[in-house]
Design a protein around this ligand. Structure first.
Ligand SMILES: C[S@@+](CC[C@H](N)C(=O)[O-])C[C@H]1O[C@@H](n2cnc3c(N)ncnc32)[C@H](O)[C@@H]1O
Length: 221
């Protein structure tokens, strides 16, 4: 059951998302939730060809980016290490309802994620032959990230206009420290303050073509 106030939405590629009642925004792009996860987060960061991907994500949300990355890692037979932060977790019954086109192997892992979802403040730690997922139920404004750990960073909070904390310079500076040399950071936002903040933190920043008429931001350490 979808929690009261949340709206279930079919995005342009047919994959579902939710609209959050307080933030007033969808968890993924209305132009295509699954498409965005694959094109922006997985592919633009080069995670789809990394031999041992270590992904750091801000905003686990509905786990769409995790599932896209997992699906790819399973298909390639590489170990995935995925560390995600989430301050406002949804109940696992909701996560289970947001269905995506997964292989049986990935669907099985997703089922395990939903059934292991902690009822308290976590964290969730799940390991298998596919790799490891850790979801820390923390506010990224205060969180410590592992230094020089991430081969890719998925910066995927709600937009800076309605959810400013995850986009602040101190967080971006900590993300820079968390990134391996050469790692890419991807985000759907092209807000000027974000792009300037990323550059100030030390990243090389570029705009890339997104889906619909949108652009996205890709930054590299
Ligand atoms: C755009 S959605 C993320 C979608 C997600 N990446 C996916 O693949 O489904 C933004 C997420 O950021 C989380 N969030 C917002 N502010 C946060 C904060 N300060 N710290 C951690 N998570 C936060 C929200 O609760 C929400 O789940």
């Amino acid at each position: 059951m979808i929690p009261e106030g949340f709206q279930l939405l079919k995005t342009a590629d047919g994959s579902p998302t939710l609209v959050h009642p307080q933030f007033g925004e969808a968890y993924s792009s209305r132009y295509g939730a699954w498409t965005q996860a694959n094109a922006l987060y997985l592919r633009a960061t080069q995670t789809h060809r990394h031999p041992a991907p270590q992904v750091l994500e801000l905003g686990f949300g509905l786990g769409v980016n995790f599932r896209a990355t997992l699906e790819n890692a399973l298909a390639r037979g590489v170990d995935l290490h995925y560390l995600s932060y989430e301050a406002f977790p949804l109940p696992p019954e909701v996560l289970a309802q947001v269905a995506l086109p997964l292989s049986p192997q990935a669907a099985q892992v997703w089922q395990e994620v939903c059934s292991s979802w902690p009822s308290s403040r976590g964290p969730l730690v799940l390991e298998g032959s596919w790799g490891r997922l850790e979801v820390r139920f923390e506010d990224v404004a205060q969180a410590q990230f592992p230094p020089q750990w991430a081969s890719a960073i998925y910066l995927d909070a709600f937009s800076p206009a309605v959810n400013p904390e995850p986009w602040q310079l101190p967080v971006l500076r900590r993300l820079y420290v968390a990134a391996q040399l050469g790692a890419y950071l991807a985000t759907y936002s092209v807000a000027g303050c974000l792009r300037r903040g990323l550059a100030q933190a030390g990243f090389t920043v570029q705009k890339i073509n997104g889906i619909g008429k949108k652009h996205w931001t890709l930054a590299q350490r």
